[in-house]
Design a binder for this molecule. Structure first.
Ligand code: TNX
Length: 561
């Protein structure tokens, strides 16, 4: 039981082992048994559902349920996502309070099998030997997230589905999809079809680094998910205990929306284009009622496609409010609402959207600038990306907080300040940095710690053009993030790294092109082309100092990088 990742609360190894033969059965109440079977595809388990058991249909003998290789029991004493896994000579027993607990027990069982169990198929007739023992486990945090920016570089649906599978192996349970930004709008809208027809592609993408003469690749880029794709993604995710959290980032980062519907701009005469370069753009939606109506319609389309949407992210970050101040119509509207500053108007606008979402049963999630602007609904979840200070302020104000600080949770930063490393947004965030992270610091008072509901890593995709690069950036830092989100962190490196080494064999079997701990393979290096690395270009610690200063100032909706 030494190599489980994330680390369970308790694990003991006993003498002996159990055998699981091909085609073995799993018995227990639906849908727990089904969750177990889904988590163990390589075991080819038949399901004996005790509630709907029809032995004739299944062609089984009455004694089979008692001799099933894996027996699942519902145990209401166990909390959400908790499980007990017992492996004895006569088989495997799983106790769980809910479907998620049963699913995670089966994920743990899979890790107790040889790494071969992480291939998508095994030789016919393979049977598995599992060491006897017992695991008692439950997560420290309910939000164990991964953020995918599919706006800057689109990722085809297959990559999103694969990410969900990889998340499930690591007991990660929130997939935050950043669906709209200056460089692309990534979801179908039947109400406003120009959003995906115009907003989802750009003619080219910048390849030069900051400070260099601009150079472009001359390659068109595009793509979006249909509403049916979103429904499919959500259903696959739900089956794997992953909740999709959609994000439409407003009112800034709006170039793609405004390329489609310029009438929503604060300067409607201006012509907008889907951006072909990175950075903070001044493009901002107008805060007038027409924009709120437009967005609530689009949010409803996305919510209807996804099904159950407990959380909907509305962004709120990096807004340049100059166009609001310059517009007579917007200033008059601001005055009519009795609001003093454009910052107040930013807060008011996001509040309107959060209220509209609440009417449809979704809680809003925002980046921390929106918290600093004020007026949030008390139930709004805050993602403090600018560091611990603003995280603590949001927690002290009574908001649920998901820890998302640039350091060490921005996996778009390079893992080393080395010329071999492909260029990231900056340097350097290592696996060891992630392992040392405590999302709810022990120095905080208990009430503030209790407000931290989880942690999430971010894969901003300015420098993640495809699935291979995604693998490289996400893993193994994602393994470390999963560890601290499950256990509460930090982990002791001398305990974590040997477990990680064993875990990497599982990722090899699964087919993940992760970054080896010793550094990139030759074809994973930066080379001399557009992904060449410039050591020392941006130091993540300098970025954090800068963001910290900004989050202290009252006027911190201003752009920051
Ligand atoms: C900041 S975090 C951003 C993103 C960038 C990222 C690059 C946040 C809310 N905004 O737009 O992609 O930095 O690291």
């Amino acid at each position: 039981m030494k190599h489980l990742l994330p680390l369970p609360r308790r694990a003991e190894t006993g003498p002996g082992s159990a055998e699981i033969a091909p085609g073995s059965s799993v018995s227990g109440p639906a849908p727990l048994t089904d969750a177990v079977r889904l988590a163990l595809p390589v075991l080819d388990l038949r399901v004996l559902d005790l509630r709907v058991l029809d032995l004739r249909v299944l062609d089984l003998r009455p004694g089979d349920a008692a001799t099933a290789a894996v027996r699942v029991e519902e145990d209401p004493r166990l909390g959400p996502e908790a499980y007990e896994l017992t492996i004895a000579g006569d088989g495997v027993r799983i106790a769980a309070g809910d479907r998620a607990g049963a699913f995670y027990a089966a994920q743990t069982l899979r890790q107790l099998l040889p790494a071969e169990a992480f291939r998508s198929a095994v030789a016919p007739g393979t049977s598995w030997t599992v060491p006897c023992g017992r695991v008692e486990d439950a997560p420290r945090f309910s939000w164990r997230g991964a953020h995918l920016d599919v706006a800057r570089n689109f990722l085809p649906k297959r990559e999103v589905l694969r990410m969900i599978d990889l998340m499930a192996l690591h007991k990660l349970n929130r997939l935050h999809l950043h669906l709209a930004d200056d460089q692309g709008w990534r979801v179908e809208s039947r109400a406003f079809p120009l959003l995906h027809e115009v907003g989802s592609h750009r003619p080219q993408t910048i390849t030069s680094h900051k400070g260099e003469a601009p150079a472009f690749d001359g390659v068109p880029h595009g793509g979006h998910y249909t509403l049916s794709d979103l429904a499919e993604i959500a259903a696959c995710a739900r089956a794997r205990e992953v909740m999709v959290v959609p994000e439409i980032d407003v009112p800034g980062h709006a170039s793609a929306v405004l390329a489609a519907y310029p009438a929503l701009a604060s300067r409607p005469q201006e012509r907008y284009e889907v951006l072909d370069r990175w950075g903070i753009s001044p493009a901002i939606l107008s805060p007038l009622p027409a924009t709120v109506d437009f967005l609530t319609t689009v949010f409803a389309e996305i919510t209807d496609a996804l099904g159950d949407v407990p959380y909907f992210h509305i962004g709120g970050d990096e807004c340049v409010l100059d166009d609001w101040a310059a517009s007579a119509e917007i200033s008059a509207y601001q005055a009519s609402l009795g609001l003093e500053t454009t910052g107040d108007l930013h807060a008011w606008f996001l509040r309107r959207l959060a209220d509209a979402l609440a009417e449809r049963g979704s809680r809003a999630v925002v980046w921390d600038e929106a918290f600093v602007s004020g007026r949030l609904r008390p139930d709004t979840v805050v993602m403090p990306w600018r560091g611990e200070h603003v995280a603590r302020r949001a927690a002290a104000a009574g908001h649920d907080v998901v820890a998302t600080p640039v350091f060490p949770m921005y996996f778009d930063y390079a893992e080393a300040a080395s010329p071999e490393e492909p260029a990231g947004l900056g340097d350097a965030i290592t696996v060891a940095d992630v392992v040392a992270f405590a999302p709810a610091p022990s120095e905080w008072p208990e009430e503030e710690r209790a407000r931290v509901i989880g942690a999430q890593f971010q894969l901003w995709s300015e420098r993640i053009p495809d699935g291979r690069t995604l693998d490289y950036r996400a893993w193994p830092r994602g393994c470390a993030a999963a560890e601290v989100a499950w256990t509460g962190g930090p982990a002791a490196p001398e305990d974590f790294f040997p477990r990680l080494e064993a875990h990497l064999a599982r990722l090899d079997a699964f087919g993940v092109e992760y970054r080896p701990l010793s550094g990139p393979r030759p074809w994973q290096r930066g080379g001399t082309g557009w992904r060449r690395h410039r050591p020392g270009a941006v130091d993540v610690q300098d970025v954090m100092r800068h963001l910290h200063e900004l989050s202290l100032s009252a006027d911190s909706t201003r752009p920051s990088l």
